[in-house]
Every structure is written in structure tokens, then in C-alpha cells.
Design a protein around this ligand. Structure first.
Ligand code: UT7
Length: 319
């Protein structure tokens, strides 16, 4: 038995922050941000709008697209780095907001920008093994809450948003393989190192990043993970119809595609419209390409992501 995606959904908060807006906040320019990252604008959650609220909108759209009811969901795996609270998990909060009572398991995955890839690979194991019937897999982030808005090296890069898919049991090929990796020795290179102790924040709660190190590492491991997926399925790069990369930086996306020999016409890019939305970026890009009709039945699709940890991975599927 396989697991297959039967519905996608995404949600971006209404408020838009453009590069020109950022020019008034830090010493940066629209030109620098566009050239170095490809980002034009990002979306910012309203005060009080939490990761679960964004997830709820994306999930409703995915459930509608799948043609099922929320009550049919018997597994929720939610990837986020910006949970509503320390506990309970944002997945449990989402389950409640969806009105699912007495449901199956619901839990969060923390793999930063690879979170959705990790969550999807995990859900596939539950569904394809027959343990669950309909999984809701979500990536949702309110990164605006963990950005230092005076640090131009990080605040221009990230945005808020959510994406979701419904994964169900199928006799037809869906997810063909997943390839997850981590290298914890890089844990300090990209981090929000603060923690809470005795009711007080210890250390910085804001994102810190060695941008150049992340950039080089990302291109190297994303190429490796996608190649691993292609080889594992006895395919060639030319067999890939769509590459859906983590939307962090257009230069990382182009460099990875070039190393893989995949033309940019086959790469879905949305980073210009919402910046790096971490765990939400892959399902957001997937939903946009599904809804505008680019991704068609039986096509071969590869999803990939890399993030803090470091963590990285790829999922290869037949649509
Ligand atoms: O999801 C995974 C998480 N993160 C990423 O994927 C990010 C990976 N890294 C990157 O995308 C890139 O490294 C950045 C976009 C963060 C930076 O681009 P870069 O080409 O590596 O620039 P740089 O860090 O080498 O900085 C070049 C210059 C520096 O000035 P000097 O030292 O050459 O005078 C920076 O201070 O650009 C300066 N700079 C800026 N200038 C204007 C850094 N940030 C900005 C800014 N506006 N926002």
C-alpha cells in the first residue's frame, strides 16, 4: 500500500511587508534583498494570530480539496519552529480548532526548515503501513515573532505562513521514497538559542545565523538528498517533472537545480512572494503549483528542504 496526497492548502496572513518597508526599518535596500535572496515581500501574522490559526486556514483548504471531512482525519503531524506555546503541541491545538474529537495521534515535529519534509516522511510511514487512514500534514510558522527587527542580516529573510496536505491510503503509487538526514554538529550555525528557565528567557530568543555557511551547506546537501531520491527509484534527473524546493533563497534554489541538471522551468519558486517561511515553505509552494494546474496526475515530483540542526531531506512522489 502507498500513501498519496489527495488535497493541498495554504494560507498567508493579510499583512504584507515589502522590501521598501524594510528600507525604513534597517540599513538595507530593495536592490540588495532582491539580488541576494530573490525576496520581494513577506507576510506578517496579525497580533495574536498564532501558528495554529495559520495552520487552521491551510488545513481547512487542504481538507476541502481532499473532499473529506475534518472528522475523517486520524493523524495530525504539524511541523513548526514557532509553536503557540511550550505545550501542548500546536498539533493538538489544531486538532481542537478543527473540531476533531476523539481523534488519532497528533504531534509536532521540530526540524526547522526541513520540518515539513520530516513530517511528510513520518506520516507516510503511518499511512502506507495501514496504521492511519487520513493524515493531515502541516507546516506553519510565525517567524516574525523570533526575528530581531534591528538585525538586517536576518529580518529581511523570513516571513509567516502555513501549508498543509491530506495524505491517504492508496493502491496507486504516491510517495515512493523519503530520505532524511541530520548533522547536529552544526547546531550553533543557525539557531534561536534562548530557553525559558524560572519564568525568564535565558540567552537570545532571536534567530542567529552564519549565512554563508548555511548557504554552502544547503546547496551541497540538497543536491545530495535529491540525487539519493532519484537513484533510489532508478530514475534520472530528466525523469523529474517538478522540483519543489524549500523557499529560502533563489540563489540556493538555482544553484541546487543547476548541480542536479534540472532546468528552472521544472522548479517551483514562490520565495519572491513570501520569503523564507521555514516549515511552511514547501507545502506553500506545492499548493500554489497544484492549484494553478502546473502539477498534473502521474507526474514525478521531488520535495526537498534544509534547515537548522542541520537537518535536511527529500521526498519523491508520483502525483
Ligand atoms: O532555511 C535555511 C535558513 N537560511 C538560509 O537559507 C539562508 C542562507 N544564506 C543566505 O541566504 C545568504 O548567505 C544571505 C542572504 C543570508 C546573505 O547573502 P550573502 O551573499 O551570503 O551575503 P554576506 O552575508 O556575504 O554579506 C555581504 C554583505 C556584507 O557586507 P560587507 O561585509 O561585504 O560590507 C553584509 O554586511 O552584505 C551585507 N548585508 C546586507 N546589506 C544590505 C547583510 N545583510 C544585508 C542586508 N542589506 N539585509
Amino acid at each position: 500500500m502507498y500513501s498519496k496526497i489527495i488535497g493541498t492548502g495554504s494560507y498567508l496572513p493579510e499583512k504584507i511587508l515589502t522590501n521598501h518597508d524594510l528600507e525604513r526599518m534597517v540599513d538595507t535596500s530593495d536592490e540588495w534583498i532582491r539580488e541576494r535572496t530573490g525576496i520581494v515581500q513577506r507576510h506578517i501574522a496579525a497580533d495574536g494570530q498564532m501558528a495554529s490559526d495559520l495552520a487552521l486556514e491551510a488545513s481547512r483548504r487542504a481538507i476541502d480539496a481532499a473532499g473529506i471531512q475534518a472528522q475523517d482525519i486520524d493523524l495530525i503531524i504539524l511541523a513548526t519552529t514557532t509553536p503557540d506555546m511550550i505545550f501542548p503541541s500546536t498539533a493538538c491545538i489544531l486538532q481542537d480548532k478543527l473540531g476533531i474529537s476523539g481523534g488519532g495521534p497528533a504531534f509536532d515535529v521540530q526540524a526547522v526548515c526541513s520540518g515539513f519534509i520530516y513530517a511528510l516522511a513520518t506520516a507516510d510511514m503511518f499511512v502506507s503501513s495501514g496504521k492511519c487512514r487520513n493524515a493531515l500534514v502541516v507546516g506553519t510558522e510565525v517567524y516574525s515573532r523570533i526575528l530581531d527587527w534591528t538585525d538586517r542580516t536576518t529580518c529581511v529573510l523570513f516571513g509567516d505562513g502555513a501549508g498543509a496536505v491530506v495524505l491517504t491510503q492508496s493502491n496507486q503509487p504516491g510517495i515512493l521514497s523519503s530520505h532524511l538526514h541530520a548533522s547536529g554538529s552544526y547546531n550553533k550555525v543557525l539557531a534561536a538559542p534562548g530557553n525559558i528557565c524560572g519564568g525568564k528567557i535565558q540567552g537570545s530568543p532571536f534567530i542567529t545565523m552564519e549565512g554563508n555557511t548555511v548557504f554552502k551547506f544547503a546547496v551541497k546537501v540538497l543536491e545530495e538528498a535529491v540525487s539519493e531520491a532519484i537513484t533510489a527509484n532508478n530514475l534520472q534527473a530528466s525523469d523529474i517533472d517538478w522540483l519543489i524546493p524549500h523557499q529560502a533563497n533563489i540563489r540556493i534554489i538555482k544553484s541546487t537545480a543547476k548541480k542536479l541538471g534540472i532546468p528552472m522551468e521544472k522548479v517551483v519558486t514562490t520565495v519572491d512572494q513570501h520569503g523564507n517561511t521555514s516549515a511552511a515553505s514547501v507545502p506553500l509552494a506545492l499548493d500554489i503549483a497544484v492549484r494553478d494546474g502546473r502539477i498534473k496526475s502521474d507526474q514525478c515530483v521531488v520535495l526537498e528542504g534544509v534547515g537548522g540542526g542541520f537537518t535536511w531531506g527529500a521526498v519523491l512522489l508520483r502525483w
